[in-house]
Design a protein around this ligand. Sequence first.
Ligand code: 6GU
Length: 239
Amino acid sequence: MNFKVLTLFPDMILNTLKTSITGRAMESGCLNVSAYDIRDYAFNKHKSVDDYPYGGGAGMLMQAEPIFQAYQDITKESKEKPRCIYLTPQGQTFTQKMAEEFAQEEELVLLCGHYEGIDERVLEEVVTDYVSIGDYVLTGGELPAMILIDAVSRLIPGVLHNDASAEFESFQENLLEYPHYSRPEEWRGKKVPEVLLSGHHLRIEEWRREQSILRTALRRPDLLEKADLSEKEQEFLGK
Ligand code: 6GU
């Protein structure tokens, strides 16, 4: 998987993703992240990439031409025109389902905006997907781009060493995960639930499923509406 990030802050992307699991995946070769500095494609001698908005208003806009030049340069060797995701609070809210869809692509271009936004004309020309990470406003698209890369990367074969860990987890079935416990068996007077020590795999499975459902009902009732529950489970919830 190949991510190409267009940004004014390439170091922010590379320094962050080089740590931990994404860093290891990059070293092993199953993940590739390149960050390109839009400023390198500025066309004036001051290397400026922003200007005032026509019609007035607060703040500056990123100009069309440097972004277009950068986009053309980084995609000139692409077989097919890759999807180009613009990270913006005006986009579709990012979900696990979208992460799964993006994980099918061989190459993705991510465009990070700054200032008050980007000249609409270059967006029309290069962007295929508008993606937001939630209903709040950030200073730029770099953190959202890294969140998208992280969520997509862990779905790529070889990135997580434990195959099962991407299998059952929150959101897969619109249920939150059950609670986890490790040693010691008792911590500050709190005991690990008896069933987990029983070695009875079927009962453990049942307990975990029940905990997932209860936890989802309590913390994310909106998700539970979309979960696939048996009649018995719906009864158990009093539905
Ligand atoms: Cl993708 N960008 C910015 N600047 N703010 C956001 C966002 C994206 N998603 C939520 N807030």
